[in-house]
Write a protein of this length. Structure first.
Length: 116
């Protein structure tokens, strides 16, 4: 499985960005897809995840601001990020797996920078 993420960039605090991730390869093995992020000097943390059935999970820090969605027909997952804060600045990774909460497949990171 290969994952290709896009959509990062520089945005002012309060702004919005939408990340996209396309899965290819042995996608039949994928059930859960999600986004992780890693800020400089910090661990990689789960931001949000979604199963093929539409069950979602969010980190407390992004609830009510971020929305994860998925297009199974296009093998894509999205992360709509609203009301962005400087603390959301990080490298965002797309991830996928056969069963929650294990993510076996990882894409390259896409950088999100939120200026104050």
């Amino acid at each position: 499985v290969q994952l290709q993420a896009s959509g990062g960039g520089l945005v002012q605090a309060g702004g919005s960005l939408r990340l996209s991730c396309t899965a290819s390869g042995s996608i039949f093995s994928i059930n859960v897809m999600g986004w992780y992020r890693q800020a400089p000097g910090k661990e990689r943390d789960l931001v949000a995840s979604i199963t093929s059935g539409g069950n979602t999970n969010y980190a407390d820090s992004v609830k009510a601001r971020f929305t994860i969605s998925r297009d199974n027909a296009k093998n894509m997952v999205y992360l709509q990020m609203n009301s962005l804060k400087p603390e959301d600045t990080a490298l965002y990774y797309c991830a996928a797996g056969a069963r929650w909460p294990v993510f076996e497949y990882w894409g390259q990171g896409t950088k999100v920078t939120v200026s104050s």
